[in-house]
Design a protein around this ligand. Structure first.
Ligand code: RFL
Ligand code: PHB
Length: 389
């Protein structure tokens, strides 16, 4: 089999890239390790930047998103019992969109199937070859058979645990990492959200986040120890702990119910450089990870896709390779800014195990500065709604 672009990974990066390229007449195959249902069952991101929404529009897959999304003009922050709003609309005339990664991924699979574009699920032992030559190829096993795909380019969209990043020689790769000493325990429940806007709460007991997917589906998180397991947290324990961490007026108004999903995610900042080697281009979580504070993971994956998509069409349609040559540098410039924002917001809002009273006072001073300073709020708003591409 021969194809123009082989895409490794059928998460949001791979699917969106495939859909954008398909609309420009560029042929792709997506190789996905899991089943479609497995990919769609993963509850992850919930907030889309404007740039993400416009790329969904450009990909022709935004109809349901436009109909069902919620538009959020701001977020609430709270320290102890002291909530205040950062209003994006007033500060920078902008907003974000609430639309789950599961929904976005579903829309992209639906479009791919309607286009008859090829996706192979359940692939094993994917290996990339000849990456530094003009004729790269991919091998994999599927239903017990060995397969081979010749291609012009490979897009490594296979997430943090994928093989694409590992295919860049160790001598070329530089990796930067910070692992945080806590995780987030998240639950999804069919209850009305406690507030119209998201609440990011810093309390003496640790961080909490009140988010949502729609008017009857709430997503809540609490900071937990890395050694905690979901089985140790009953729904009642979760709700009790959440109430203790959010402002009292919100704790009183919280509507609880059974969780329909419960999971723990560790928090990590990670970047690999370069994001391009020979005919291989890394996109999204394959190249970088952010802690979820600030909702930058999915959105940064999408901004990589934007740069790579434009570079690939310039190559295929005009024989212009400048975008491909500049891809890594261009993508990394924006990636590091998202890394900085997510790291800053994580440090500001969480309790760290070895934190001194002085460190806690510093957090308090910074949050109150943010509460009282329009300039500081403007900087926060610009980063939260998404920096320009
Ligand atoms: P994904 O979504 O991980 O998709 C990669 C796909 O590649 C497949 N794969 C392979 N396929 C073939 N061969 C191999 N060898 C393969 N190895 C892996 C995987 O099965 C998968 O389908 O990466 P992508 O597309 O770059 O998208 C990135 C986003 O998913 C990610 O940035 C966000 O979900 C991060 N993230 C969150 N971001 C937010 O903005 N807000 C959140 O609340 C939020 N919650 C989360 C998250 C990430 C999590 N992970 C990765 C542990 C919660 C979790 C649990
Ligand atoms: C979510 O809704 O899952 C979510 C929202 C905002 C974040 C992280 C996660 O910063």
């Amino acid at each position: 089999m021969r194809i123009q672009v082989a895409i490794i990974g059928g998460g949001p990066s791979g699917l969106l890239l495939g859909q954008l390229l398909h609309r420009q007449g560029i042929e792709t195959v997506i190789l996905e390790r899991q089943t479609r249902d497995h990919v769609l069952g993963r509850i992850r991101a919930g907030i889309l930047e404007k740039g993400t929404a416009s790329l969904m529009r450009e990909a022709g897959v935004a109809d349901r998103m436009e109909r069902e999304c919620l538009i959020h003009d701001g977020i609430m922050l709270s320290y102890g019992n002291d909530p205040f709003e950062i209003n994006f609309r007033q500060l920078i005339q902008s907003s974000v969109i609430v639309y789950g990664q599961t929904e976005l991924t579903y829309d992209l699979y639906h479009a791919r199937e309607a286009n008859n574009a090829k996706t192979v699920f359940g692939v094993e032992e994917v290996r990339l070859y000849n990456l530094d030559r003009p004729s790269p190829y991919v091998t994999y096993r599927h239903r017990g058979q060995d397969r081979h795909i010749d291609c012009d380019f490979i897009a490594g969209c296979d997430g943090f645990h994928g093989i694409s990043r590992q295919s860049v020689p160790r001598s070329i790769r530089r990796e930067y990492e910070k692992v945080y000493p806590f995780g987030w325990l998240g639950i999804l429940s069919e209850t009305p959200p406690v507030n119209d806007e998201l609440i990011y709460a810093s309390s003496e007991r640790g961080f909490a986040l009140c988010s949502m997917r729609n008017p009857n589906l709430s997503r809540y998180y609490i900071q937990c120890a890395l050694s905690d397991t979901v089985h140790e947290w009953s729904d009642n324990d979760f709700w009790d702990e959440l109430r203790r961490r959010i402002p009292a007026s919100k704790a009183e108004a919280l509507v609880t119910g059974p969780s329909i999903e419960k999971s723990i995610a560790p928090l990590r900042s990670f970047v690999t450089e370069p994001m391009h080697w020979g005919r291989l281009f890394l996109c999204g979580d394959a190249a970088h990870i952010v802690p979820p504070t600030g909702a930058k993971g999915l959105n940064t994956a999408v901004s990589d896709v934007n740069y790579l998509y434009l570079a690939l069409i310039a190559h295929f349609q005009e024989g212009d390779n400048e975008g491909l040559d500049r891809y890594s540098e261009q993508a990394l410039l924006r990636v590091w800014k998202a890394e900085r924002f997510s790291w800053w917001f994580t440090n500001l809002m969480h309790r760290f195990p070895d934190q001194s009273q002085f460190d806690r006072k510093m957090q308090r001073a910074e949050i109150t500065f943010l509460r009282d300073s329009t300039s500081a709020q403007t900087v926060m708003a610009q980063n939260y709604v998404g920096l320009p591409y």
